[in-house]
Design a protein around this ligand. Structure first.
Ligand code: ATP
Ligand code: MG
Length: 622
């Protein structure tokens, strides 16, 4: 990396403007972070990635689609692209998936193994009479049966819906009911605890397949191993069309009740292109996506994208732990690593020495998604590993990465990066009530640099969700004036980099100023004692709302009045009195979703004594 002092630029402008008038960045009050340029030696740059503008100008989704095989007569099936086309080519015996058990031992599946196992699963579904478009759910840890189940479901033309295995009985039955699950793939223990008690309320659930029945399935369930053994795998794949549904994903529930987003087989085109441009996947890579396939990241980028690119995907069956993660990165010579801010902040908390104690020389590219990535984490990555973290932005609804810090372009710490080739991003102006401004059926866009607007995407990318399950009206309301409205607020700087401001629901209005929680949180994290922060607005008679921060301290620091004042002083100096928190509370933990996102709505509800809302995705113990 070279950090050029002349290139010092303000980090995201402080979220300070009167809500009804545009304002340019006040660089004087903004935190400053160096732009990070990259040494080509650590990058395996494809020739077309070095010139962002040229790549975007020449890119078409049809061209990306043409790089895939397709099925005869214009058909498309994700499983064929991810597995079977490799299994019938030179990558047949290459290692597709490497599972690491809790004790560190491994088991691997080659592309040929995966093709065979998924075809067997498809045959099982067929034998059970499960048809095209019917829903197959999983409630499983990250085990091989989950992966072969997903791919076999695609091959059968059915729709897969993964559930995170740590969900309690209520969220599990709620989703199975909503999705009218016909088949559930699970373990004996998970079935006993979470499904058997509510089985009578799930009339659509015809078959429960246990992956560990060991010859004696529970009453009302079947032994998957036995069914697989008896099945006759066929090389036939259902002749799915690009627009046929393939996946049902429930969102993380950060802002409210989770929504079911329906995705189609054509999404694989976006998984392919974004795997190339945003994650730099090459055959021969050992790639590790730490997200669980129960969430969209773990499916799009933990299963589909790596397999489509023919790489070896590492799957850790255990829970997160700093030393274990470093060991895995080093021992498995991981080259590309895709993880999340909550994990990165945890590693940062564990310290630079621990990071440097491991040989990470194989690691070439680190990316992050799911929440705003604080600039200090990006810069710390550079210090600890010699590699910056590439933030990227997308949602369950977008199905794939939309905005990213790309492989060969400079990184602006705190920025989400620039739109991927083929993705048109706009910022839609909002009125004083926060509603998008639409005139004569056309959205009014923010064009000045560094002014907030609602992040919007021009419909038409292949992995766009095609519906909210059974909620047509809700789906329709996501689109206005020619755009898909994401519900997130952002700014674009003069060079086209996007800066996350906050979720529409989390943004704080104080004395007519709009304040994005992320910028305040990032500023608080600059204090050496602060490990993590969550910021909300609380009612104030004069200002409407004022900022309250909950901070989690790094090891070795204890709450004290002196420390509180010192954090406040830093925030006031950096952000100014209007934006800095009025109040700081020390917290032992922050409420998070099971996918690792800070639940500011819950902090707010608890603070104000309001109903806590849907907590089905709240992480246990928070
Ligand atoms: P729900 O829609 O149910 O409230 P959710 O929005 O958290 O839940 P996901 O689809 O898993 O569910 O998350 C997408 C959201 O996560 C984005 O809309 C954005 O708010 C946030 N996000 C994802 N990546 C980033 C990022 N790089 N920077 C900032 N925010 C991000
Ligand atoms: Mg959302």
């Amino acid at each position: 990396m070279s950090v050029r002092p002349a290139d010092l630029r303000p980090c995201a402008a402080v979220g300070l403007r009167r809500s009804d008038e545009p304002v340019t960045v006040d660089a004087g009050s903004a935190t400053r972070w160096p732009v990070i340029t990259k040494a080509p030696s650590r990058m395996a740059v494809r020739p077309n990635l070095t010139d962002y503008e040229a790549t975007c100008a020449s890119f078409t989704w049809d061209a990306a689609r043409a790089a895939l095989d397709g099925l005869p007569d214009g058909g498309l099936n994700i499983a064929h692209e991810a597995v079977d086309r490799h299994a019938s080519g030179p990558r047949r015996d290459a290692e597709a998936l490497r599972f690491v058990r809790a004790d560190g031992s491994t088991r691997s599946l080659s592309y040929a193994d995966l093709a065979e196992a998924s075809s067997r699963f498809a045959a099982v579904l067929q034998g059970l009479g499960v048809g095209r478009g019917e829903r197959v759910f999983s409630l499983l840890g990250r085990c091989p049966e989950l992966f072969t189940g997903v791919l076999g479901t695609f091959k059968n033309g059915s729709v897969f819906c993964p559930l995170f295995s740590a969900f309690g009985p209520e969220p599990v039955s709620q989703r199975l009911r909503l999705g009218r699950g016909r088949v559930l793939l699970t373990t004996r223990a998970l079935y006993r605890r979470k499904v058997a008690p509510v089985r009578d309320d799930l009339p659509d659930l015809a078959h429960v397949l246990l992956v560990d029945a060991d010859g004696s399935p529970e009453p009302g369930t079947l032994d998957l191993a036995e069914l697989l053994q008896r099945s006759v795998p066929s090389r036939e794949i259902a002749a799915t069309r690009p627009e046929d549904p393939a996946l049902l994903h429930f969102t993380s529930g950060t802002t409210g009740t989770p929504k079911g987003a329906v995705h189609v087989h054509d999404a694989v085109v976006a998984h392919y292109a974004t795997g190339l441009y945003a994650l730099d996947l090459h055959p021969g890579d050992v790639y590790w996506c730490t997200a669980d396939p129960g969430w969209v990241t773990g499916m799009s980028y933990g299963v589909i994208a790596p397999l489509v690119h023919g790489v070896t995907a590492l799957v850790d069956e255990a829970e997160m732990d700093a030393d274990r993660w470093y060991r895995l990165l080093a021992e498995h010579r991981v080259t590309v690593w895709y993880t999340a801010p909550t994990a990165l902040r945890m590693l940062m908390r564990a310290g630079t020495e621990r990071a440097r104690a491991h040989d990470l020389s194989a690691l070439r590219f680190v990316a992050s998604v799911g929440e705003p990535l604080n600039p200090e984490v990006v810069v710390w990555g550079q210090e600890a590993w010699g590699l910056p973290v590439h933030d990227n932005w997308w949602q369950t609804e977008t199905g794939g990465i939309m905005i990213a810090n790309l492989v060969a372009t400079e990184i602006r710490p705190g920025s989400m990066g620039r739109p991927l080739p083929g993705v048109e991003v706009g910022l839609v102006a909002r009125d004083a009530d926060g509603a998008p401004v639409i005139q004569d059926g056309v959205a009014v866009l923010v064009t000045d640099p560094d002014v907030e607007g609602e992040l919007a995407l021009r419909p038409g990318w292949p992995s766009m969700f095609r519906g909210h399950l059974d909620e047509e009206e809700r789906y329709r309301r996501c689109f206005a004036g020619g755009w898909y409205l994401t519900g997130d607020l952002a700014r674009r700087d003069a060079d086209g980099y996007y800066w996350f401001v906050g979720r529409g629901d989390d943004v704080i209005k104080s004395s007519g100023h709009l304040i994005g929680p992320f910028e305040v949180e990032s500023c608080l994290m600059e204090h050496p004692a602060v490990a993590e922060a969550g910021v909300i607005g609380v009612p104030d008679a004069v200002a409407g709302q004022v900022v309250k921060a909950f901070v989690l301290l790094r090891p070795g620091h204890v709450p004290s009045e002196e420390l509180r004042l010192s954090i406040l002083a830093l925030a006031r100096k950096r952000l100014g009195a209007a934006v800095a928190p009025r109040e700081i509370a020390f917290a032992e933990s922050l409420p998070k979703t099971k996918s690792g996102k800070i639940l500011r709505r819950l902090l707010r509800a608890r603070e104000l004594g309001l109903p806590e809302g849907d907590l089905s995705t709240l992480e246990a113990g928070r």
